[in-house]
Design a protein around this ligand. Structure first.
Ligand SMILES: Cc1cc2nc3c(=O)[nH]c(=O)nc-3n(C[C@H](O)[C@H](O)[C@H](O)COP(=O)(O)OP(=O)(O)OC[C@H]3O[C@@H](n4cnc5c(N)ncnc54)[C@H](O)[C@@H]3O)c2cc1C
Length: 491
């Protein structure tokens, strides 16, 4: 029985980082962000990187690195951190810039969707979802900054279940991805801070990624929990042994600060002498010679560069851009590449297994109770005290996983009840891992079939939708692939 997560989220709307500026500055930056998001015209393409570029010019030499990681996002930031813990020389190439202070405030996340810190994508015209939009196209936010999409997402922590990972292992034909074998990587990354209902043996307590509850909304959170219990639910830790029931939502949260990858893995490693982070650098292709990835080409400040690798290139540009880079490099379905006049290097089903959750937004009720009738300034002040409402993106509080057919048989298939389906913003599977080149792009070690020195590590490799959200699996994938790479290169 398949599991696509549905959770009951009850929304009230809410903001932090070690380097967050003083209140007056943050308030100014927040006002600027809100103004920008109301006036910004989203870009149609990447022309900004190529302004005045003379395409006849040869690329400039950016140097040689043991590893080149493409994309300082959710997964890429972790891989770059873990590889640069050893003596390897690592280049991390990111199209965006360092995340701004305002990205630390989870409750401001939706403002980023219409700024240059987002890639500005839309779906194509849909006939069953996105029907509440003018042109039947959903916006499709993707972060373009340190931390990638973990810098603007809903920061909810939900891994998926044992059934998901055991099915994943079966699909890819490798027990390495079974729940038993991935659990240690979920734990390695995690520092669980919450106590209520915690299923201890399923959590980590010394990793970089703090996981916590937000402050309860006075009266409401306990009322919601009670209502679920009256309907027969039990209070559970949905990331523990039994996902079925109700609980407070667990968040990627460091006190009041969004604990995305920029905060937890990139900034702590950014000053290492063996890690170079190149911002504002749009990767245009991986150069492959004799079936080996030898270098990466990118545009930076109007100039085209190439950086050589002596060991491997790791693509972590996310489930939309990783397949694009693969195809621009000649790796993809031959017919598709032919259409765009790209020389074929390897015929693989890139982009062909793209999947997403369906999301259904909640029904909002207006009552005579007012919880946060506050000005922006007042909300930001509360955020400095680790108080709601800005400590959570979208104000989610309570989560309940259900399997509408049978709550005992397998993974939950329902995570939410509401109206107006839209895209779930959890794209996966566009460079799926699997057993061979006939049905997948990478092998279970995340190496691109038939190409040496090229791996993919991000949401693209996830083979099947899970009954959970996609940040935690990306974190797990990145931790796991880093160990695989270190073991292979003897560190
Ligand atoms: C609005 C929203 C809410 C969400 N809420 C949640 C949630 O509450 N919980 C949850 O678990 N998941 C959530 N998700 C999903 C989750 O955030 C993503 O699945 C996850 O962050 C994807 O990580 P990634 O490493 O695959 O890609 P990303 O984090 O997107 O990283 C890709 C990085 O590569 C860079 N890049 C791309 N192309 C290039 C290029 N050509 N050259 C150089 N750099 C490049 C990007 O700028 C980016 O930094 C949400 C997503 C959205 C959009």
């Amino acid at each position: 029985m398949r599991a696509s997560a549905v959770f009951f989220l009850i929304a009230i709307s809410s903001i932090g980082h070690a380097s967050v500026p003083n209140f007056a500055q943050l308030y100014r930056e927040t006002e600027d962000l809100i103004k920008l998001s109301k006036t910004y015209q989203r870009l149609e393409n990447n022309d900004e990187y190529f302004a005045n570029f003379d395409h006849s010019k040869k690329p400039l030499d950016f140097g040689t690195f043991d590893f080149i990681v493409v994309g300082a996002g959710t997964a890429g930031g972790i891989v770059a951190n873990r590889l640069s813990e050893s003596n390897f020389k690592v280049l991390l190439v990111e199209a965006g810039h360092q995340d701004p202070d305002t990205a630390s405030v989870p409750g401001l996340s939706s403002y980023f969707f219409t700024t240059p810190l987002d890639w500005g994508y839309n779906t194509t015209e849909e006939d069953k979802i996105c029907l509440a939009t003018i042109d039947k196209r959903c916006i499709y936010p993707r972060g373009k900054m340190w931390g990638g999409t973990s810098s603007l997402n809903g920061n909810g922590y939900s891994r998926g279940t044992k059934w998901d990972y055991d099915a994943w292992a079966e699909i890819v034909g490798s027990n390495d991805w079974s729940y038993e074998n991935v659990l240690l990587y979920f734990k390695k990354a995690e520092k669980a801070m919450f106590k209520i209902g915690l299923d201890e043996s399923y959590h980590g307590f010394s990793g970089p990624q703090r996981i916590d509850f937000i402050e309860d909304t006075p009266g409401l959170t306990s009322m919601l929990l009670r209502a679920f219990k009256e309907r027969g639910s039990i209070e559970v830790d949905y990331n523990g042994r039994n996902p079925y029931g109700v609980s407070r939502l667990q968040y990627f949260l460091d006190r009041n600060v969004r604990a995305g990858t920029a905060h937890t893995y990139i900034r702590p490693a950014a000053d290492r002498p063996n890690l170079l982070i190149s911002d504002n650098s749009l990767v245009t292709k991986v150069i492959i010679a004799n079936n080996r990835a030898v270098s990466v080409e990118f545009m930076k400040n109007g100039k085209l560069y190439f950086a050589r690798t002596s060991k491997e290139v790791i693509l972590s540009a996310g489930a939309i851009n990783t397949p694009q880079i693969l195809m621009l490099s000649g790796i993809g379905p031959s017919q598709e590449l032919k259409k765009h006049d790209i020389k074929l290097v390897k015929d693989l089903p890139v982009g062909q297994n793209l999947q997403d959750h369906i999301a259904v937004y909640p029904i909002f009720f207006r009552t005579r109770y007012t919880y946060y009738n506050l000005t922006l300034k007042e909300q930001l002040k509360l955020w400095y005290e680790n108080r709601r409402p800005l400590t959570a993106a979208g104000g989610k509080q309570v989560i309940s996983f259900r399997n509408l057919e049978d709550d005992t048989s397998s993974s939950p298939d329902t995570e939410y009840v509401a109206t107006g389906p839209t895209a779930g913003f959890h794209p996966i599977g566009s460079a799926i891992m699997g057993s061979g080149p006939w049905n997948s792009v990478t092998n279970p070690e995340l190496k691109v079939h038939g190409i040496h020195g090229l791996r993919v590590a991000d949401a693209s490799v996830i083979p099947v939708t899970i009954a959970g959200h996609t940040t935690a699996p990306c974190v797990m994938i990145a931790e796991k692939v880093s160990d695989l790479i270190k073991a292979e290169h003897d560190q």
